[in-house]
Design a protein around this ligand. Structure first.
Ligand code: FMN
Length: 321
């Protein structure tokens, strides 16, 4: 998620679930080709499996960027055809491309030729007035002909004219049934659903109709909900780490990154939701936010946060509070 997630966030989430497939935020193909690659798409192998999400509409550029992504080790290359931001529309990528299925098919074909890893597409159920079931069907079947087998469908349309990107994530109503029907019409495709899914109970209910579930905001705000993913969704015999174990492991990682110049704030902002819904959530969050704002703040902030949450399980500390 642009401006929210990054490699540190993914590393943190990976400490909670070994199996969930993680996606990068969207990176444009020209940026991957001409920009500072290590900074834009570098990642730690421990984050795997990770999919690189690209934005663009030029088949050659997308093919080149996909190849670079594969060389970096990404497990999947995903094309974003769902982002409604203005920035993105002027560059002719994102959701506005839903109006141009043939162009998207050429992009996917170019990317598929360039890489061996799967090429997938993330889209909406429609845009503006092109939101009929037939328009979605035409879009999906055109791109499927370019041998794209996996689609992640955000189950709401985007209003490109008139709604801000933020409004476009909340206001157009969710239509999960539309995505279920898409799967019924295309049993040969892998159809994953996205939009407004907040719990593993909801995830399991969707999985009765579709092949996969993508979680965005809920996983960011309440990351520890991922702790049960491996056992419940993937059927693994897996004991999830405790929140404290996650924090301890993340502190080791953060220490390594601080020593190479990453600012503490960039490492800490993703972990503020770890205690979401727990009695200590507010104190933990406040402590980290306030301390990380201090310019001299170092790794001790994380260690102290850990001591505090560990202390809160100690009967004496609880009694003293
Ligand atoms: C801050 C923010 C940035 C986002 N950036 C991206 C992005 O880079 N690529 C993408 O496919 N979707 C992006 N999204 C959309 C989410 O992936 C997701 O489709 C949407 O939030 C609905 O799912 P959710 O209700 O589970 O969050 C972003 C969402 C937010 C809130």
């Amino acid at each position: 998620m642009m401006d929210w997630t990054d490699r540190h966030c993914r590393y943190f989430l990976r400490l909670i679930s070994a199996r969930a497939l993680l996606y990068t935020e969207m990176v444009t193909a020209p940026a991957v080709i001409h920009g500072s690659r290590e900074k834009l798409i570098g990642f730690d192998p421990a984050e795997q499996p990770v999919a690189l999400q690209l934005g663009g509409s030029n088949p050659d550029e997308l093919a080149a960027a996909a190849r670079i992504g594969e060389d970096f080790g990404y497990a999947e290359i995903n094309l974003n055809v769902g982002c409604p931001s203005n920035r993105v529309q002027s560059g002719r990528f994102g959701a506005c491309l839903m109006a141009e299925p043939e162009l998207v098919a050429s992009c996917v074909a170019g990317m598929r030729k360039a890489v061996g890893v799967p090429v997938t597409v993330k889209c909406r159920i429609g845009i503006d007035d092109q939101d009929s079931e037939q328009a979605l069907e035409r879009f999906i079947s055109t791109i499927a002909q370019a041998e794209c087998e996996t689609f992640i469908v955000h189950a709401r349309k985007a209003w490109l004219e008139g709604l801000s990107p933020k409004q476009n994530r909340d206001l157009p109503p969710l239509d999960y049934d539309r995505v279920y029907r898409l799967k019924q019409a295309h049993p040969e495709l892998e159809i994953c659903i996205n939009g407004g899914i907040e719990t593993l109970e909801e995830t399991e209910a969707h999985l009765a109709h579709v092949d996969g579930v993508m979680m965005g905001r809920a996983a960011y705000h309440n990351p520890y909900l991922m702790a049960e993913v491996d056992a419940r969704i993937y059927g693994e015999d897996f004991v999830a780490p405790t929140r404290e174990e996650v924090l301890e492991n993340y502190a080791d990682y953060a220490e390594r990154h601080l020593s190479t110049g990453t600012r503490l704030h960039h490492l800490i902002r993703h972990i503020l939701g770890l205690y979401h819904g727990q009695p200590r959530a507010r104190a933990y969050r406040r402590y980290l936010t306030e301390e990380a704002a201090n310019h001299d703040a170092g790794i001790s902030v994380l260690h102290t946060a850990l001591e505090q949450v560990q202390g809160s399980h100690h009967p004496h500390t609880v009694a003293a509070e």
